[in-house]
Design a protein. Structure first.
Length: 173
């Protein structure tokens, strides 16, 4: 993940400075997977209606990753249309990310992300091109679980503690 190509201050009417992307990125890096965070992935059904579900996501190697069972509504929606949102309440910052989520089958990436999930307490192991574990969130569906990586296009952050502010970060032109 690169730095944003553009930052827009959404809170300058109150005299707040633009929030740096590093604030959101550093919180993602330090709070996942150690903190008990729930991320919400929003996708679009084939008929255009929205769908949202809670997932366990983690920030690894400067990217956001999450899992889903192949038969879940979320996975079926992403297979048809990879555009999605991912939202989370971090310590002192509400964050919504927009981008495309694609399934990852690269063995090295699977092993790396599984190791970080294990550090956080979820005993994920790589089985072929997916994960298995003794348990997962009910919203993930039954094993095996596919791994997805979010390619970030835009993000919005609203700070709930000093320094306050709200910003939009654009990652692609």
């Amino acid at each position: 993940m690169s730095e944003p190509v553009k930052t827009k201050n959404l809170d300058d009417q109150y005299g707040s400075a633009a929030l740096p992307w590093s604030r959101a990125r550093d919180l993602l890096a330090t709070q996942t997977p150690q903190e008990n965070l729930t991320f919400f992935v929003g996708t679009v059904r084939p008929d255009g209606r929205p769908h949202a579900a809670g997932v366990g996501a983690i920030w690894v190697d400067d990217a956001l990753w999450f899992v889903s069972g192949p038969r879940t509504r979320r996975a079926r929606n992403l297979a048809a249309n990879p555009a999605c949102t991912v939202s989370v309440r971090l310590k002192d910052l509400d964050l919504t990310m927009e981008g495309d989520a694609h399934r990852v089958t690269d063995p090295a990436a699977l092993e790396r992300v599984a190791a970080v999930y294990r550090e956080g307490g979820w005993p994920a192991t790589v089985d072929g091109d997916a994960f298995t574990a003794p348990f997962s969130a009910p919203s993930a569906g039954p094993a095996p679980w596919h791994l997805y990586r979010l390619t970030l296009h835009r993000a919005y952050g609203v700070a709930s503690a000093e320094p306050h502010g709200a910003s939009r970060w654009d990652f692609t032109r």
